[in-house]
Design a protein around this ligand. Structure first.
Ligand code: GDD
Ligand code: MG
Length: 355
């Protein structure tokens, strides 16, 4: 079975962490995110993946290679300018070998999902669908594609980012397409699969079926979601074939130096060669490689980018510090505060929310 992973978005909500790389290679549970998805695809019987890239396209190959290490054949297709989700799928289809009636799995590249993909493909086949969509229930459907279904599971509407959603059931970003349906997406222009392709398929009365599933699911497209997903992997709440450590309070990666390991908890990850000095508390956070947390600092539900420094006694709560930035001693950064790559925040600064 073949799959397409769409991974060319700008990752704007994760800036500044995505200034220098796509969100798909950011570490989640200490593993570049895309590897969670690729190993899940392999475990479900996918043997060949086309990665539809655009933004920072060069960042993928060093992480994935040709996929053979993962038991996959991975090829790359790059859009010079992002073509939208539908345009990316259409563009990637040129690499597929599947026949017109074969199923092709299509994944949004930023979803950590415990759902049973084999069961979704089985539902696609049993219902003779043109497309089968993984659906989940959420408390606030507004940031998602709202997808009400009938009693027989048929999708009734697809309402992308509705301000007035008619249902709490939403698109979870994993589709099984009949290959011939992908070929109907117009080539060579920007297409949104959510705003254009799905509504058109429904208008044309094609068979679009929902696959509701209540397993673990998260879109890691914001710093808050990224730290939560990372901690869920460390705690063992979220499962991934790419996360190989035992469940625990913390993950300390190669070369990490932590003066007081008990102070690092809540599913935190201390990346390669990162340093946490004496008396510091790191809770539910991601410290990326080579970052430094000073003595007595307090880092809670925050991301500290590669090579960044957090000063002595400084507190971060829900903050996001870009690559190589320096936050001075005795600072306090609150929820949503983002520090640009390479920025220097002087000693004693207080920022309560995003400027
Ligand atoms: N190649 C390529 N080209 N990839 C793209 C492009 C593009 O132009 N635009 C977006 N992508 C990729 C992103 O990198 C991401 O992996 C995926 O497509 C989804 O884009 P997001 O920008 O993360 O979309 P979203 O989270 O706002 O909404 C989507 O996901 C929701 C579930 O999390 C939609 O599919 C919603 O309907 C869905 O509910
Ligand atoms: Mg997303």
């Amino acid at each position: 079975m073949e799959a397409i992973v769409i991974a060319g978005g700008l990752g704007s909500r994760l800036r500044p962490l995505t200034d220098r790389r796509p969100k798909h290679v950011l570490p989640v549970g200490g593993v570049p995110f895309v590897l969670h998805q690729l190993t899940k695809l392999a475990a479900a019987g996918v043997d060949s993946v086309v990665l539809a890239t655009s933004y920072h396209a060069d960042a993928f190959a060093p992480v994935i290679g040709d996929g053979s290490r993962l038991g996959l054949r991975v090829s790359y297709v790059t859009e010079a300018e992002p073509m939208g989700t539908g345009g990316a799928i259409r563009n990637a289809a040129g690499e597929l070998r599947s026949g017109p009636d074969d199923p092709v799995v299509v994944l949004n590249g930023d979803q950590l999902s415990g759902h049973d993909l084999v069961a979704q493909v089985a539902r696609f086949e049993q219902s003779a669908a043109d497309v089968c969509l993984h659906l989940i229930e959420v408390v606030d459907p507004r940031p998602y594609g709202c997808v009400p279904t009938g009693l027989d599971g048929a999708v009734l509407e697809f309402l992308e980012k509705s301000t007035d959603p008619v249902s709490s059931q939403v698109n979870a970003g994993c589709y099984v397409f009949r290959r011939s349906v992908i070929d109907t997406i117009p080539p060579g222009r920007v297409v949104s699969v959510e705003r254009e392709t799905f509504p058109e398929l429904l208008r044309a009365r094609r068979r679009v079926i929902g696959h509701p599933d209540s397993s673990y699911w998260r879109d890691v497209g914001t710093p808050e979601a990224l730290v939560d997903a990372s901690a869920d992997l460390v705690h063992g709440i979220a499962k991934s074939p790419a996360y190989l450590s035992r469940p625990g309070e913390r993950l300390l990666q190669a070369g990490a130096q932590v003066a007081d390991p008990a102070g690092v908890h809540g599913g935190s990850v201390v990346g390669d060669d990162a340093v946490v000095q004496a008396g510091a508390v790191v809770e539910g956070s991601v410290l990326m490689p080579r970052s430094q947390v000073g003595p007595g600092a307090r880092v809670v539900r925050s991301v500290v980018g590669p090579g960044a420094t957090v000063g002595a006694r400084t507190s971060l709560h829900g903050a996001c510090v870009g690559d190589d930035a320096v936050v001075g001693d005795d600072c306090a950064l609150g929820p949503g505060v983002r520090v640009a790559c390479g920025a220097v925040i002087s000693q004693g600064a207080v920022r309560r929310s995003a400027p």
